[in-house]
Write a protein of this length. Structure first.
Length: 744
């Protein structure tokens, strides 16, 4: 009895509120959305239990935690403050300090209230934008649109909300209109990469359309009224597609948003994966899926083939083309096919994907209007751009190699499949056969991956020893070493990183730096993710439950530390040689997240660095960079981006907007020269790849594009010069345990 009273006393706030609102709330929730509340309660209880008891540093679930979850959840639902009214927020605010209590009670009333309200407000938004875009805008008015969403409040009345929509839509249409005017006048349309004014994607689509229209050389001269109407129609089309995708979202999708607002308050990298997202995560980690090799897009008349994966079964069969519409799907000849018109896209994908060797039957409507059934046998589809690739670099008489590694990938379910360690090992061996004098490991934009993979990989470059230190929440420390991986490359080494090199790529760069094995070049610092996550399959924990697939939970269980004792958390890895880039003046990364875990340090591991002194190489590089016109231009671009990053107000007056865009266009044109740079290096594929290219024209095109981008890359140019300078140094004594190609 005392226990019950204590529980009631602790939760009196939430119990009183729930009694007050439950009757009113029930009438607003559609019957179909309350059919399975027990699954949501189970997920909430299970996720909260695991996070509280297994997370590396769980916060206390109290009013402060509740307030933080509330703030992030509302922001996730309505980041641009274009759906909710202030009256909605006033109603929601009753729960601001109660979420911690509701987690304990497995109570979902706050979620149910916000879910039914956001869906209702989104339906109202469709009517708003349709009405606003039906009439021409007056571009002679002196008004502006404020996009500082963190500072503006929620609209107090429907009229104020409609006016906010009007200004946003006017800005979108104005952007398209000015480009269309320039195209008609025969002027270049500059696609500005530094500014995104529209989250719907129509800025990107507009740029593509603009280029196409420019190439097509419009024959007729359209009036301003016609161009203005087309701009509004383009804006409406983008919004229609956006809201059509929103219509596919189900209650479970919105519940995932709520659940992750709770989970992500523990730290930025803990995350709940709904079943569909778990499959996507697995595919991104392994670089492959089992299916037909097609990218799909939902359309009103069915599901459209938007892209065919080169080399996949759908591409090879030649019976399906981009633009074809899938009407029905069957798993056998005799099975009654399922009509997929109007079906949620994720559910259509589930029907089409399947185990390697099985066959799926698609009823498709061809572009010319004929309807036919096509049988496709599913295969393992590998995404080539996920995997490591290398190129030979020739600089006069010097020959070097570059290995680009997008992530430290591995297939956790089948470790015999491709993984980053064995792929990089093969690339190095083949580069050695081409007598390269140095290697650049390109880890730019590498977001991480498997911890064990990076530990093993370091052994390919460095002597045996500790690679990284790992500490658990209970204080247990562990040193991970390469366990005797034979060295494959012991020559000059440069590792290229940037602000988006994170996690496993930071472990690799830090170990190379601590061992003085090579030089780290690139952005001022890497991302700063010094935590380790494990993926927990919730279905494995609860094998006997009636709710189907529960998804998975990624939990931060450990922090990793450099072998010198320092953490990369928040700090990242500082480059030995800093190369100017577009984000040089913007402090970005883990350090910018209010829920990121703190920096700390532990004791140094026992390791012996190489006897390498790179100081002269570093000084030569700094001198080159300071006098290099391309780096000066990149630095100027970075300063301009920094100046513009806080611009949140946009004029809606046509003449003033055109004048502002003219200024921007002139700057953008100037900085276009960055991508037109020629480093005068020669790039070529390895012999094994040349053999593959003979029968794979798509691969040839991909490699041609890659080599073209490398040819305009000033960072690669400087990396080659650094390798050349390292080569001139007295090389450190080679490790006695060297690698033999014949042992592979």
């Amino acid at each position: 009895m005392n226990t019950i009273w204590a529980f009631m006393k602790r939760n009196y706030k939430v119990i009183i509120l729930l009694l007050a609102v439950s009757a009113a709330l029930w009438s607003f929730i559609p019957k179909k959305e309350t059919e399975d509340p027990e699954k949501d309660q189970l997920l909430l209880e299970l996720v909260a239990y695991l996070m509280e008891r297994t997370h590396y540093d769980p916060p206390k679930l109290d009013d402060k935690f509740s307030q933080q979850v509330y703030t992030e959840y509302i922001k996730a639902l309505d980041p641009m403050k274009r759906y909710f009214l202030q009256s909605d927020i006033d109603e929601f605010s009753k729960y601001e300090l109660l979420i911690d209590d509701m987690i304990q009670l497995k109570e979902l009333s706050f979620f149910d209230l916000t879910y039914q309200r956001i869906t209702a407000r989104m339906n109202e938004a469709k009517d708003i934008y349709s009405e606003v875009l039906a009439e021409p805008f007056d571009y002679t008015q002196e008004e502006s649109f404020d996009a500082d969403y963190d500072k503006i409040g929620f609209a107090k009345t429907p009229a104020e909300l409609k006016d906010r929509w009007r200004k946003q839509l006017k800005l979108n249409a104005l952007s398209t209109l000015t480009d269309n005017i320039k195209i008609q006048e025969g002027k270049d349309v500059v696609e500005e990469e530094e500014e995104e004014v529209d989250e719907y994607g129509n800025t990107v689509e507009k740029a593509k359309d603009a280029k196409k229209k420019k190439d097509d050389k419009p024959k007729e001269i359209k009036s301003f009224e016609q161009l203005e109407k087309e701009a509004r129609e383009s804006t409406k089309k983008s919004l229609d597609e956006y809201f059509d995708a929103l219509n596919d979202l189900e209650r479970k999708d919105w519940f995932s948003v709520y659940l992750n607002s709770i989970v992500e308050r523990f730290d930025p990298h803990s995350f709940y994966f709904a079943p569909e997202n778990k499959e996507k995560f697995d595919a991104s980690m392994s670089g492959s899926i089992e299916g037909i090799g097609a990218v799909l897009r939902k359309k009103t008349e069915g599901v459209e083939i938007n892209e065919l994966v080169p080399g996949g079964p759908a591409w090879r069969g030649k019976e399906i083309e981009v633009g074809d519409i899938i009407l029905k799907v069957a798993q056998s000849k005799d099975e009654e096919p399922i009509d997929v018109v109007g079906v949620r896209l994720d559910n259509v994908v589930k029907l089409i994907k399947g185990k390697k060797g099985t066959t799926v039957y698609l009823t498709i409507k061809k572009i010319e209007g004929t309807i036919k059934t096509v049988a496709i046998t599913r295969e393992v589809i590998e995404f080539e751009e996920t995997f490591a690739k290398s190129s030979i670099i020739e600089d006069g008489a010097n020959r070097y190699g570059i290995i680009q590694l997008p992530k430290f990938y591995i297939n956790f379910e089948n470790k015999d499949n491709r993984n980053a360690f064995t792929d990089v090992q093969k690339e190095i061996i083949e580069l050695k056969k081409q007598n390269v004098d140095g290697i650049i490991m390109d880890l730019r934009n590498n977001g991480g991956g498997s911890l064990q993979t990076v530990v093993d990989m370091l052994g390919l470059f460095s002597k045996e020893g500790p690679v990284v230190q790992v500490k658990s929440s209970r204080g247990k420390q562990q040193i991970l070493d390469d366990k005797g991986t034979p060295i494959v490359w012991d020559g000059p080494l440069v590792v290229m990183v940037n602000n988006f090199s994170a996690s496993a790529s930071e472990i690799f760069a830090a170990a190379i730096q601590d061992y003085k094995r090579g030089l780290i070049i690139g952005s001022k610092h890497t991302y700063g993710k010094g935590t380790v996550q494990n993926l927990v399959d919730l279905n494995e924990l609860l094998k006997k439950q009636p709710f189907g697939d529960l998804g998975a939970l990624k939990i931060t269980l450990q922090k990793f530390y450099r072998i010198n004792g320092g953490s990369t958390q928040r700090e990242g890895v500082l480059s030995d040689i800093v190369l100017p880039d577009r984000y040089s003046y913007i402090d970005m990364g883990e350090r910018d997240m209010d829920n990121a875990m703190p920096w700390d340090k532990i004791d140094r591991a026992n390791y012996t660095p190489y006897n390498n002194d790179f100081s002269s190489v570093i000084n030569k590089s700094k001198s080159r960079i300071a006098g290099h016109d391309q780096f000066k231009l990149i630095d100027e671009n970075a300063q301009w981006i920094n100046q513009r990053k806080d611009e949140k107000s946009f004029t809606l007056n046509l003449k003033k907007y055109e004048a502002k865009q003219k200024e921007v266009d002139e700057k953008v044109k100037k900085f276009k020269a960055i991508s037109k740079y020629n480093n005068h290096l020669t790039f070529s594929s390895l012999p094994s790849e040349i053999e593959r290219i003979k029968t794979d024209t798509i691969l040839e095109q991909k490699r041609d594009r890659w080599h073209e981008s490398l040819g305009s890359d000033v960072y690669v140019e400087e990396g080659v010069k650094i390798l050349n300078d390292i080569k001139q140094l007295t090389t450190a004594p080679r490790n006695t345990k060297t690698f033999s190609d014949k042992k592979l």
